[in-house]
Design a protein around this ligand. Structure first.
Ligand code: FAD
Length: 367
């Protein structure tokens, strides 16, 4: 089958191409090189020519531009993606799994008479040049290898599976695709989102902090210390910009009438019945490390845990390093050292925040 590939991209609220979009470009470039298929990219943005300076090798660059694309809205985004597909006439379409594109991708595939698969983590090519897409089912326990005859085939790529395309810096010509928008019945009049510092789930963070039920259990003095636990956890997140995960026991506690940490919801839960995030490093605190929890750590390669129990699951081969210690004391010292390191970094100006944080965690956790 002769293939041609289109990667659809969109800008974020600052007007830059999203990192998920750039990851999809990397996937598209790799696939294009392997099967020798022509590659095109399509941009949905207020100003589609923003892609011009990045450089996409030999790929044709199409863009749909206009104020209507400043905001995510089904009618305008679906129309834009459809127009880009009709202009590029691809047999395979790659899209990032952003909330914006995930919402319209199936509708666009239907409009073009194509089929769609989602949560794709990698794309392979057989010796017979058959394109195969991989995704997992049942919490990453079953890996499926998919191939289809139907075209166009839409593949929505999971974030964090490819390096973001950096561009070759050679300016390209952007082909503007004209689009007559349908009647827009949805007006975006306001955007309400939690303040950035209230967000605890940060998929792009290098570090994951997991809070377990031990944080709200009675401690050596016979008392619970939920408020102090909350301060220590939030202090760590402030210092490191880490993402916050939780064990099931901790997020279930609200319903059991036990002390709760108000900033945690079931969205934070990691594990068999929770999420399986992708972060370079993870630090588990006050969590036992039972199998149903640890299966959610599948994609976290560097794992450390702080637990009072020397026989916890982490100590039985599930973590690289286990600190058998009181997490209240460790986190207090850790936060003090991180705050001091951050203060000295900001005095030196413009550090690589994420990297610095990860290194400082390594240094500071050895107390
Ligand atoms: C079908 C099924 C699905 C499940 N899915 C999930 C899931 O998706 N995610 C999940 O997390 N669980 C899941 N579970 C539950 C899982 O088996 C465990 O019950 C749960 O993970 C335990 O949470 P925990 O380790 O935080 O709490 P606990 O088991 O109560 O452990 C608390 C730990 O904190 C330590 N501790 C206490 N105080 C301190 C301190 N001061 N300093 C350091 N350590 C301290 C204790 O020593 C203890 O090891 C599932 C279970 C089932 C049956």
């Amino acid at each position: 089958m002769t293939e041609s590939i289109l990667v659809l991209m969109h800008a974020d609220e600052t007007g830059s191409l999203t990192s998920g979009s750039l990851e999809a470009v990397t996937a598209g470039m790799e696939l294009s090189a392997r099967i020798g298929a022509p590659l095109a990219v399509g941009v949905v943005a207020v100003n589609g020519s923003l892609a011009a300076s990045l450089g996409f090798g030999n790929a044709r660059v199409f863009a749909v531009s206009g104020e209507a694309f400043a905001q995510s809205r089904y009618a305008s985004d679906a129309a834009a993606c459809e127009a880009l597909c009709r202009a590029a006439q691809p047999s395979i379409v790659l899209l990032p799994s952003s909330s914006r594109f995930t919402r319209v991708a199936a509708g666009v595939a239907h409009r073009l008479g194509g089929l769609i698969d989602t949560h794709i983590t990698s794309i392979n090519v057989t010796d017979e040049d058959l394109v195969q897409a991989n995704r997992s089912f049942y919490r990453q326990r079953i890996e499926a290898v998919l191939s289809r005859d139907a075209r166009p085939w839409f593949l929505v790529m999971d974030a964090g599976t490819h390096a973001a395309f950096a561009g070759d810096g050679v300016a390209v010509e952007v082909e503007s695709v004209p689009l007559e928008l349908p009647e827009l019945r949805t007006q975006v009049i306001d955007l309400r989102a939690p303040q950035q510092n209230a967000l605890t789930i940060r998929p792009e963070a290098k570090l994951l902090l997991v809070a377990g039920a031990g944080w709200t259990k009675k401690q050596a003095d016979g008392q619970t210390h939920a408020a102090e636990a909350g301060d220590l956890i939030l202090g760590f997140l402030r210092n490191t910009s880490a993402s916050l995960g939780s064990s099931k026991s901790l997020v279930d506690q609200g319903g059991d009438g036990q002390p709760v940490l108000p900033f945690l919801t079931h969205m934070n839960q990691i594990g068999q019945t929770g999420s399986t995030p992708r972060h370079a490093k993870g630090l588990s605190t006050c969590c036992h490390g039972e199998e149903p929890h640890v299966v959610g750590w599948r994609f976290i390669s560097d794992r450390r845990a702080i637990s009072l129990d020397p026989n916890c699951g982490w100590a039985r081969g599930k973590a690289d390093v286990v600190y058998v210690a009181d997490a209240f004391k460790v986190m207090e010292k850790l936060n003090a050292r991180l705050a001091a390191a951050n203060a000295s970094n900001s005095a030196k100006s413009a550090p690589d925040a994420d990297l610095t944080h990860s290194q400082d965690v390594d240094a500071a956790v050895v107390v």
